[in-house]
Design a protein around this ligand. Structure first.
Ligand SMILES: [Fe+2]
Ligand SMILES: [Fe+2]
Length: 134
């Protein structure tokens, strides 16, 4: 199932919200690629894009945290690090897997679940904090 954007995911910070929408959009492209059996070259290109975009996005959030000395920065950054570790671990599994379809689906599912949870709980808190800063 595709990841459906809902306004419950808004953290009310324009730049971060737009990046979240783009992340979900890109993640859904991975899902489409599996569903349509687009082949490993297309899937790998999308996974690479996703990995780079996630890092760019985390850096943006962390810049905001540092700028306003967000008290929960350390914990929040720790979740970002854990995600990147998980992603890399699954990407390595994908590379050696005989079942690219399942391995891609595993990456997709982990990302979707993590994003849903992280955005609505951890990023939302950051959004509330940032709203009070300006
Ligand atoms: Fe985020
Ligand atoms: Fe975050």
């Amino acid at each position: 199932m595709k990841f459906k954007w809902t306004d419950a995911l808004l953290i009310n910070h324009e730049k971060i919200d737009n990046q979240h929408k783009e992340l979900i959009n890109r993640l859904n492209k991975v899902y489409t690629a599996i569903s349509e059996e687009q082949g490993s070259a297309a899937i790998e290109e999308m996974l690479d894009f996703l990995a780079n975009y996630v890092i760019e996005h985390f850096q943006e959030e962390e810049r905001q945290m540092d700028r306003y000395q967000y008290p929960e920065a350390q914990k929040h950054k720790g979740e970002h690090v854990a995600f990147i570790d998980d992603f890399e671990r699954l990407k390595k599994k994908y590379e050696v897997s005989d079942n690219k379809y399942q391995a891609t689906l595993d990456i997709y599912s982990m990302c979707a679940l993590w994003l849903q949870n992280h955005i609505t709980k951890v990023d939302k808190k950051l959004g509330q904090f940032l709203a009070k800063q300006s």
